[in-house]
Design a protein around this ligand. Structure first.
Ligand code: G1P
Length: 299
């Protein structure tokens, strides 16, 4: 790769089974679960687009067709909304994707892990730098765009970068956990160089209390590392293990996320996001707050 890398492509691995939300996810992709009135995947897509990414690559599986439909035109619905003069709703469905944004879909034939899903997208990346967003991790863009901040750093450093947040040590088995060596990882030292990374370590083995959040920007060199990555935690090909290989060749930075992240892969995190986004929703806020107060008063 020569010249300055300007990432424009973003991968959304969406082939996972979503077993933590069964039966809701038996026939529906977990990424289509709504937070108030938008599916999770749309929040991630909006974050990527507002950060400047224009080519969206979804790594899907057979049960994920609803995602393709969501980002496609729906003539029947649009005609109906025109006939019934529901202009506001028409504008919502017509503007899910702005002009100039392209979507591509590629299949992950077997659920062999996040690393494998990213590797499946390689034919569409064409040797460029790219982002990866996990839609389960919902990060509010109200005050700051997490991926946008990472892209600014990437454009300056031309080295891979991933997002982290402070986690409780006892939760280390849910995350990739980074080591920053002797550097002090604080919001003011953002970004910080990673010296090691390990997927879902036991609390006593966790190298720090910084867990990886599902936002990454990679140089294309991650692919050769993914190719060499064997099955790791949970018997899956882990992106974290490929990052550990990449670290042997290149610098990888970590950036502490600028706003709260909601773990919408868990029921509690999903409910918390629903409360936070419901309270912030212009149509609902005061009515929803009154409703919440009522329930809280009964606890
Ligand atoms: C994946 C990654 C993990 C990361 C997490 C963030 O795990 O493997 O390193 O910390 O996403 O959400 P998963 O949540 O798919 O188990």
């Amino acid at each position: 790769m020569t010249g300055i890398m300007k990432p424009r492509k973003a991968i959304f691995p969406v082939a996972g089974l979503g077993t933590r939300f069964l039966p809701a996810t038996k026939a529906n992709p977990k990424e289509m679960l709504p937070i108030v009135d938008k599916p999770l995947i749309q929040y991630a897509v909006e974050e990527a687009i507002s950060a400047g990414f224009t080519d969206l690559i979804f790594v899907t599986s057979s049960s994920k067709r609803a995602i393709e439909d969501h980002f496609d035109k729906n003539f029947e619905l649009e005609c109906r909304l025109i006939e019934t003069q529901k202009h506001e709703l028409l504008s919502i469905v017509q503007n899910i994707l702005p002009k100039g944004v392209n979507c591509a879909y590629i299949r992950q034939p077997e659920t062999l892990g996040l690393g494998h899903a990213v590797l499946c997208a390689r034919p569409l990346i064409n040797g460029e730098a790219f982002a990866v967003l996990l839609a389960d991790d919902l990060i509010s863009t109200a005050s700051s765009n997490c991926l946008g901040n990472m892209l600014t750093v990437f454009n300056q450093t031309q080295t891979s970068i991933l997002a982290v947040e402070h986690i409780k040590r006892e939760d280390s088995q849910k995350y990739g956990v980074i080591d920053t060596g002797t550097q002090d990882a604080t919001a003011t030292s953002n970004p910080v160089k990673i010296t090691a990374i390990v997927e879902k370590p036991l609390p006593q083995d966790a190298p720090s209390s910084f867990g990886v959040v599902g936002r990454y920007i990679f140089t294309p060199d991650i692919f050769s590392c993914l190719e060499k990555t064997a099955q790791g935690a949970g018997g899956e090909i882990q992106l974290t293990d490929a990052i550990a290989l990449l670290l042997k060749k290149q610098c990888v930075n970590a950036m502490i996320i600028p706003s709260k992240r909601y773990d919408c892969g868990s029921k509690l995190g999903y409910l918390e996001a629903t409360i936070a986004f419901g309270l912030a929703h212009p149509e609902l806020n005061s009515d929803f707050a009154a409703l919440l107060k009522h329930y809280v008063s009964q606890l």
